[in-house]
Design a protein around this ligand. Structure first.
Ligand code: EPS
Length: 396
């Protein structure tokens, strides 16, 4: 089983992750992870922090001669900004009398409940760990699982269909790119500063972000995530916690500022007739069942059905507003405007990269559950055999 944990504060020395359960024989280099770390830093609407950081990973162990050896892997990402925070984030000396405390929680952030829950007299420690900076470590850890999937021809990609009220036409003609694999769609999205596919919507989104920034406001968005190349029958209908859609939804919702996830066009489906929703089944020239539509998002009965997985992700606007909202000073208990912390006007493009990443461990575990194995070679053989067996049954 693939597992990972992250550690690290937003302005602490470094972010780190430990990855466990990676099979042996998977090619892994810092470049294969750095590529996604760099993508996570992009996007129109990011703040000053992204100019300070150039996130790169140090792989401390678990790799020999360019391939994983089945052992745990430690990943380290330096926080370049730490040198500017050595007082405020001092580790071992008590500076609580000299460093200014933060008392006014931002509505929408972890500040209020976090400070009360842990009994702090300062919001700073809450900000530090709840910050979306943590997603750099997550993208690094999950890129390891992504590398495994890639070896099996399984690709993940995403684009943004909305930023604020800038909404892409639906369905996007660029979805044709999925026939080349989800990475083709991802690469196309990466050419846009807001990771959108439609030029007119991209321009509108950029104008909206400029306007929000100027007014000290923020914007969220909707991300469409796709997975191609998955074998049929990953996940299971037999038990609640084996349903692949449930596991994917949990992974997506765990991303900072993500408040909704939809499988296929679930919300539209809910207000339509069954005849307008369910994807009819046809047979192709090789006898293989296929669909002409994918409103189910590639999952039926908690299992992959052979169509691309399609997840829709709702990210709320970032809760740090430069034009702050009303809140309460938890020291004086007087009403006050909430604290201001350097932040982004819009991080939805980065959220797409993170959403692609966090589902990789879920998919990898679904593969390991069905096929097992300790080395890539062993697993590859079993996946191949299963695919050949299915093809044979279709040819009857
Ligand atoms: C982020 C780093 C943070 C923020 C942002 C994402 O850096 P700093 O707080 O130093 O500006 O830019 O975090 C948040 C929006 C948040 O709410 O915490 C990153 O690396 O992605």
């Amino acid at each position: 089983m693939f597992r990972y944990f992250t550690a690290g504060e937003s302005h602490g020395r470094a972010l780190s992750a430990i990855v466990d359960g990676m099979p042996a024989g998977v090619p892994l280099s810092p470049d294969s992870i750095n590529r996604h770390l760099a993508r996570r830093q992009q996007g129109y609407g990011r703040g000053h922090r992204m100019k300070i950081e150039t996130d790169t990973v140090d792989i401390l162990n678990g790799v020999r001669f360019g391939k994983t050896i089945g052992a745990p892997i430690t990943l380290l990402i330096e926080n370049r900004d730490w040198k500017n925070w050595t007082e405020k984030m001092c580790q071992f000396e008590d500076k609580s009398d000299t460093v200014k405390k933060l008392h006014v929680p931002r509505p929408g952030h972890a500040d209020l409940a976090g400070r009360l829950k842990y009994g702090f007299d300062d919001i700073r420690p809450v900000i530090e760990r709840s910050s979306a900076r943590e997603t750099a470590a997550r993208v690094a850890a999950c890129s390891v699982a992504r590398q495994f999937l890639k070896e099996l021809g399984i690709e993940i990609g995403s684009y943004l269909s909305a930023i604020g009220s800038a909404i892409e036409p639906d369905p996007s003609p660029a979805l044709e790119l999925l026939s080349e694999g989800a990475e083709a769609l991802m690469q196309r999205a990466d050419t846009s500063p807001v990771r959108m596919l439609d030029k007119a919507t991209e321009e509108k989104a950029i104008a909206l972000i400029d306007d929000a920034k100027q007014r000290g406001d923020t914007l969220g968005g909707i991300i469409e995530v796709f997975v191609t190349g998955l074998p049929i029958g990953l996940g299971s209908y037999t038990q609640h916690d084996r349903k692949l859609d449930a596991q994917l939804a949990a992974a997506i919702i765990s991303i900072q500022a993500v408040k909704g996830v939809e499988i296929g066009t679930a919300f539209r489906n809910a207000v339509s007739f069954g005849s307008e929703v369910h994807d009819e089944i046809f047979v192709d020239a090789h006898g293989k069942p296929y669909r002409k539509t994918n409103r189910a998002g590639g999952i039926e009965g908690g299992m992959t059905n052979g169509e691309p997985i399609h997840l829709r992700v709702a990210m709320k606007p970032i809760s740090t507003l430069m034009n702050p909202l009303r809140s309460v000073n938890l020291d004086s208990m007087e009403e006050e405007l909430s604290l201001i912390e350097r932040s982004d006007a819009c991080a939805a493009p980065a959220c797409g990269v993170i959403a692609e990443a966090v589902i990789a461990p879920v998919l990898m575990n679904a593969i390991l559950e069905k096929f097992g194995g300790d080395s890539l070679e062993e697993i590859e053989k079993r996946v191949h055999q299963y695919r050949a067996q299915l093809a044979k049954s279709f040819a009857k």
